[in-house]
Design a protein around this ligand. Structure first.
Ligand code: ZN
Length: 142
């Protein structure tokens, strides 16, 4: 039996029923960013606090990825490839996060819609473990 393994350490809270992305907040300039970095990308401050970011945000822009991106971690997935949505989600902290979307149907996506963070299986590795990554899903608001 394989295990579930996060695609990267310190990217999101794990395990968690209500997952949150882990970002950074700079005490010097008060800017938030994602992913967490050692130095502040805004002011190059050398101390950054780890913070759990809001689970919900708004879709800032999006596209449908119709071919295998020629960069890791996608390489080697040609056979199982299915188109997927990719978007930028603006969180209340002011951070814009690039993310996979759970939706690949353009008619179900529009700019400014409310989105929520979810964790989902990304691929199965050589040991049979399920690699878990994050995505954003539209929130039904009707
Ligand atoms: Zn800063």
């Amino acid at each position: 039996m394989g295990k579930q393994i996060p695609i990267k350490e310190d990217l999101f809270t794990w395990p968690s029923a209500a997952p949150q992305l882990i970002g950074g907040r700079c005490p010097e300039c008060s800017e938030f960013h994602f992913p967490l970095q050692q130095n502040c990308p805004s002011c190059a401050g050398r101390k950054v606090d780890s913070v759990e970011l809001s689970r919900r945000g708004k879709l800032w822009t999006w596209t449908i990825q119709n071919f295998v991106p020629p960069v890791p971690p996608y390489t080697g997935e040609v056979k199982s490839f299915k188109p997927f949505g990719v978007g930028y989600i603006e969180l209340p902290e002011g951070v814009v996060v690039e993310s996979r979307l759970t939706v690949s149907d353009a008619s179900k996506l529009h700019i400014g819609m409310d989105m929520e963070l979810v964790l989902e299986p990304f691929r199965i590795d050589e040991q049979g473990n399920e690699i878990i990554s994050f995505a954003f899903a539209p929130i039904a608001t009707y």
